[in-house]
Write a protein that binds this ligand. Structure first.
Ligand code: G6P
Ligand code: ZN
Length: 635
């Protein structure tokens, strides 16, 4: 069908054109709505807010206006979400608006479902990377439901979240927007099964390709990993695992890759059916919000072995456990009676990267990166490998910038292949421009497979052995994060300004006496600031670091992803070196030899870090300011 020029849509006329079926493309008058500022994770609010009249429409139109009519005309748009409550309705709205804004083709997941990393993969890979951008309907790891959270996020042509200049422009547009364009009177597009559909109204016509996006993702996974090697691992009689999709978007991808391609037993992949309320759980893969999985691996919610972990049981504990969040980009990795912190996970993957086909094919890792609050374990691997290690603010976009550096500053600067990760349970690489939960799980299974190749049944090399051997080789960055959730915004601000005063020199920094029994002396307090090496942009106020003598540190930061009040995060770390005289880290060839860790390296995390935690609480007056005596979440 002929496409009407967009100019026909301007000028205030309400109904622009009516098709034979009665459907029309309309310009609808609206008023700006407050608070539609997207961060890199998009706009995240209570679902009820998104369901208010024009809320989705204004935001999507602001994004379309930012891209511009010329870019949109005839373009391809990816539309999908994590399947939470209101996703399907919002997807239909985006489709109707895409049609009315001149988009030529939409790729939509079956049922409107696409995991966030798969959105990135689709934009980058499908049809030669011909998509212009993506609209992602997710509030990530936040609970879903009519009385919980919804979110809307924009991705751009490189497959990554829209960078700040774009999200700023979208926000500015939401403040002046007076109308949006939408198809009215069209039936809902049938998203129930893959297939080609057409959405048309008022002389406009748009192809809607409903896709089983697990196929595209499975192809990518096959290119990144040696799936038959993982198959050999999961077939061992002494290996059992439980992977929990938390009823989020990762489920179908886990079934497609680990189930169909690798042949994992059915009972090893649990909660793989996406549900609008994630089965009533908080779909955040951590020690607190994935309690069943944590228990199944013989752990308690602080990551230590459960008391009954040694009790006789019918079935041995699983050797491996993992979970993903609502939209499938986060991951948690567990071993039998063993919690792998995201910071250690990143370091262990880095030390084994040469065993992963994805990296090996490209001549090995060229750089690693972690967010500032993430533990420094990976820094030591990078030093051993002689490659750069970047320390960025929290937020995946900073990694994306590094990955695409060569496209901006000339081909001589190349930081990809890049492996990167965050303490917030995000791990990934430049195979996409989002973090990727399934990818992290496959990386860990690959590492386990490599260590167990040729190992006799009954002598399985475990997750605990691999991680403690890593500590014995590189030393251990003891690491924990304590979250104080939903404190008031005022309390959060008071805490930050108290610490900022110390960082700026306006208030004295107590460096002359221990702040808690057994704690090292405080050395300095500063506020983290980052200059992006690829574009020179500066990000300020990215967290307050309290640095102690001997290398321990405590970082305070307010969460940027909450929807109500403030969440205070306290990140605490201390380094214990490998025993003196230990051999240096092995070169990146073959499977690293297993080493025994000393008792000092194996101390329980919370015990090892308690004095630094107490010092940080005393310094910040967190308890006094918030009235909270204990954190809500410990990871
Ligand atoms: C999202 C982003 C991550 C970031 C995290 C920080 O998950 O994608 O890149 O690390 O938020 O969350 P926070 O709540 O600590 O701001
Ligand atoms: Zn997520």
């Amino acid at each position: 069908a002929p496409r009407r020029p967009l100019s026909a849509l301007r000028g205030g006329a309400s109904v622009v054109a009516v098709a034979a079926n009665g459907a029309s493309v309309e310009t609808v008058a609206t008023l700006p709505i407050d608070g539609q500022r997207p961060g890199t994770s998009g706009v995240r609010k209570r679902t009820a807010v998104f369901m208010e009249p024009n809320y989705v429409e204004n935001l999507v139109q602001a994004f379309f206006d930012t891209l511009g009519a010329d870019a949109l005309a005839g373009s391809t748009l990816v539309v999908g979400g994590d399947g939470r409550f209101f996703c399907a309705e919002a997807a239909q709205t985006v489709l109707r608006m895409a049609l009315a804004n001149g988009v030529g083709r939409c790729w939509v997941g079956v049922g409107g479902l696409i995991a966030t990393p798969a959105v990135s993969a689709l934009i980058r890979e499908r049809d030669g990377g011909s998509a212009l951008c993506g609209v992602v309907l997710t509030a990530s790891h936040n609970p879903g439901g009519a009385d919980k959270d919804f979110g809307l996020k924009f991705n751009v042509a490189n497959g990554g979240p829209a960078p700040e200049p774009v999200t700023d422009a979208v926000y500015e547009r939401t403040r002046t927007l007076r109308e949006y364009r939408i198809a009215v009177g069209t039936p809902d597009v049938d998203l129930s099964a893959p297939g080609a559909r057409v959405l048309s109204a008022g002389g406009y016509s748009m192809a809607v390709e409903v896709l089983d996006t697990t196929a595209d993702y499975a192809q990518l996974a096959q290119a990144c990993f040696d799936l038959p090697a993982i198959g050999a691992l999961v077939k061992r009689a002494d290996f059992r695992m439980v992977i929990d999709a938390m009823h989020g978007a990762a489920g179908p991808y886990l079934l497609a890759v680990l189930g169909a391609l690798v042949g994992c037993p059915e009972d090893s992949l649990v909660n793989c059916t996406p549900l609008p309320d994630f089965g009533g759980v908080h779909p955040d893969p951590n020690l607190t919000y994935a309690p069943e999985l944590v228990r199944a691996l013989g752990l308690t919610r602080d990551g230590t072995p459960a008391d009954d972990a040694d009790a006789p049981r019918e079935r041995p504990l699983p050797a491996f456990g993992a979970a993903c969040d609502g939209d499938g980009d986060r991951n948690m990795i567990l071993g039998e009676r063993f919690f792998v912190t995201p910071s250690d996970s990143l370091a262990v993957i880095a030390a084994h990267a040469h065993l992963l086909p994805q990296f090996e094919r490209q001549g090995g890792l060229r750089a690693v990166a972690r967010s500032m609050p993430t533990g420094g374990a990976v820094d030591r691997v990078a030093a051993a490998l002689g490659i750069p290690c970047f320390e960025t603010p929290s937020g995946w976009k900073f990694f994306g910038n590094l990955m695409d550096a060569h496209l901006r500053v000339g081909s001589s600067v190349r930081y990809s292949p890049l492996l990167c990760g965050e303490e917030s349970f995000g791990t990934g690489s430049d195979h996409v421009r989002e973090k990727d939960g399934v990818w992290a799980i496959l990386a860990w299974l690959s590492i386990l497979a490599a260590h167990n190749r040729g190992v006799a049944e009954g002598s399985l090399v475990t997750v605990a052995q691999i991680v403690s051997s890593h500590w014995a080789t590189y030393g251990r960055n003891f690491y924990t994060r304590h979250d104080y959730e939903e404190v008031s915004a005022e309390q959060g601000a008071a805490l930050v300004s108290r610490l900022q005063a110390m960082a700026s020199g306006a208030a004295p920094v107590p460096t002359d006496r221990p702040l808690a029994p057994g704690a090292p002396l405080l050395e300095s307090v500063d506020e983290f600031e980052y200059t992006d090496p690829t574009d020179g942009s500066v990000s300020r106020n990215q967290g307050i670091r309290c640095l102690f003598h001997g290398g321990a540190r405590a970082v305070f930061r307010l969460s940027g992803t909450g929807s109500v009040g403030a969440t205070v995060r306290l990140y605490v770390e201390k380094f214990v070196p490998p025993p003196s005289g230990a051999p240096p880290p092995p070169p990146p060839v073959g499977t690293p030899p297993l080493r025994e860790a000393s008792a000092e390296l194996l101390e329980p995390t919370q015990r090892a870090l308690a004095p630094v935690v107490q010092a940080a609480l005393a310094l910040s007056q967190l308890r006094e300011i918030t009235g909270r005596q204990a954190p809500d979440v410990v990871t």
